[in-house]
Ligand binder design. Structure first.
Ligand SMILES: [Zn+2]
Length: 133
C-alpha cells in the first residue's frame, strides 16, 4: 500500500516537472530569449535589434514566391514602435533602408491585427523572386 502511494507520488512529480517546463517555455516571450540560445537563426544584429530568419516563413507574397523572410526584432520587449526611444526608431529605419536596398519589402502588424501572433514588436523583411528574370 505504501509502495503504491510512493509510486503515484513519483508519477505526479514527473508530470508536474514536465508541465512546469512546458509552462515556462510557453509563458515566456520567445523573442526575448533570442540571445540565450533558442533555435532562432541570427542573421545580424545592431545595438538594439536582432535580424533573424523567420522560423515560419511565408511561401507567397502578392503572388510572388518568397525567397527570404527575415524579422527585425528589438532586443527589448516593446509592444509598439511608440514604446521605443527616437534613437531606437532611427536605427530601425536604417536597418529597413539597408534591406530595402537589397530588394526586401517590409511590414509590421499592429497590436490590433488578429494575424499578429507575437506581442513583441517585430518587422517582417520579405524578399520575393524577381519576376523580370
Ligand atoms: Zn518579448
Amino acid at each position: 500500500m505504501i509502495r503504491h502511494t510512493i509510486l503515484r507520488a513519483r508519477r505526479a512529480r514527473k508530470i508536474d516537472a514536465e508541465y512546469k517546463v512546458f509552462r515556462h517555455k510557453h509563458r515566456n516571450c520567445t523573442f526575448c530569449t533570442i540571445s540565450t540560445g533558442d533555435d532562432n537563426e541570427i542573421v545580424s544584429e545592431t545595438k538594439h535589434f536582432y535580424i533573424i530568419k523567420n522560423r515560419f516563413p511565408y511561401e507567397v507574397l502578392d503572388g510572388s514566391k518568397v525567397t527570404d523572410h527575415l524579422l527585425v526584432v528589438p532586443k527589448d520587449h516593446f509592444l509598439e514602435l511608440r514604446d521605443m526611444t527616437p534613437s531606437e526608431r532611427k536605427t530601425l529605419v536604417e536597418v529597413l533602408a539597408k534591406y530595402e536596398k537589397k530588394g526586401y519589402s517590409f511590414f509590421g502588424r499592429s497590436q490590433a491585427d488578429t494575424g499578429r501572433s507575437m506581442i513583441h514588436q517585430h518587422t517582417h523583411l520579405i524578399k520575393t523572386e524577381d519576376k523580370s528574370k
